[in-house]
Design a binder for this molecule. Structure first.
Ligand code: P6P
Length: 344
């Protein structure tokens, strides 16, 4: 019988890999792991209980209707991380401003966490996979003081860890601390995340392209040309590709991580800088994909090198198999007056 490695054992075995003092990462990840299990329990019964389905009646900073499960997931992550005392503050896609923990030991926490507690939540009611995305940074402000905005507005190159949880046909936690990417599947019979996808690598090439072609008319010319390239017949370059778009970023990204592919959310008329948030979606997922040998940009600039200006800043996202992203970037360069959409 092959040895099963749990997430806890993995962290202990690989402690030397982690740029954390002993035990800090395991406490941080155990908070995220706990929250993931609690959210998973609610996600899995969402179809059965009215009080967790559907909209909460409130809106988040983006003016998007918050689904009850978004609000629930947000609170579970905040509670779990607050309890761990390693984190001095949290930035969440669901909250207008960051949350600085001021209780007791928390002000000595060396890290901050940014998260999208439940991405793709509009899919909850139709039983499509959704996800949680998180980033971990070292704080820049002085320990013993409350967290400051500078602790959160850090570029992706300064990340110490990032990951996502996908609530799908199985629930998986995929994360990296800068030493490759590993995937853990929740064994619900014992409530433990077990190493199922060691050292994940994004295939350099793929046959899948993911984009909401309903927005075709509003796309930059370079994106239109790349879509046409994907649809042309060419036996040598294995085209036409297949279009797969779930409308749940974590699900589309996870499939492309495993099978190879490219996901593009470019600038559109409705969203001149793209729809996805730099801090809560694009940076953590770009960190993961780069650690697995893939590539991520805004169509020109490497996502991880973008200096954030605002907690809820949006950027276009081209992410996935290296060769596919680079082909799309070539079309953007050749055909678009501004590679990252219209001027800001
Ligand atoms: P559209 C979900 O709202 C999300 O943030 C991502 O998970 C998803 O990929 C994208 O937006 C879908 O957006 O405009 O294609 O419906």
């Amino acid at each position: 019988m092959t040895k099963v490695t749990t997430l806890g054992e993995f962290i202990v075995e690989r402690q030397a890999d982690f740029p954390f003092a002993k035990g800090e990462l395991s406490r941080l990840l155990s908070a995220i792991r706990l929250a993931a299990k609690v959210v998973n329990r609610e996600v899995n019964k969402a179809g059965l209980v009215d009080d967790i389905l559907g909209a909460s009646g409130s809106e988040n900073i983006q003016g998007e209707t918050q689904q009850k499960l978004d609000v629930y997931a947000n609170q579970q992550m905040i509670n779990a991380l607050r309890a761990q005392q390693e984190v001095c503050g949290i930035g969440s896609e669901e909250n207008e401003d960051f949350i600085a923990f001021e209780n007791g030991e928390a002000i000595w926490g060396k890290y901050v966490v940014l998260m999208d507690p439940l991405d793709g939540s509009s899919n909850i009611d139709v039983n499509v996979s959704i996800g949680t995305i998180f980033s971990i940074y070292r704080r820049k402000s002085k320990p013993g003081t409350v967290a400051e905005l500078q602790d959160f507005l850090q570029p992706g190159v300064d990340l110490v860890a990032a990951g996502y949880i996908i609530y799908g046909s199985s629930t998986m936690l995929v994360f990296s601390t800068g030493h490759g990417v590993n995937g853990f599947t929740l064994d619900t019979s014992i409530g433990v995340f077990c190493l199922s996808h060691p050292n994940m690598r994004v295939p350099e090439d793929g046959k899948l392209y993911s984009i909401n072609e309903g927005n075709y008319k509003q796309f930059p010319e370079g994106v239109k040309k790349y879509i046409k390239y994907c649809q042309e017949e060419d036996a040598e370059t294995n085209r036409p590709y297949t279009s797969r778009y779930i409308g749940s970023l974590v699900a589309d990204l996870h499939r492309n991580m495993i099978k190879g592919g490219v996901y593009i959310y470019p600038s559109t008329g409705a969203n001149p800088n793209g729809k996805l948030r730099l801090m809560y979606e694009n940076i953590p997922l770009s960190f993961i994909v780069e650690q697995a040998g893939g590539k991520a940009s805004d169509g020109k600039n490497r996502i991880l090198e973008i200096q954030p200006k605002d907690l809820h800043q949006r950027t276009p996202l081209f992410i996935g198999s290296k060769n596919m992203v680079e082909m799309a970037e070539r079309y953007m360069e050749e055909y678009s007056e501004t590679a990252a959409g219209r001027e800001e």
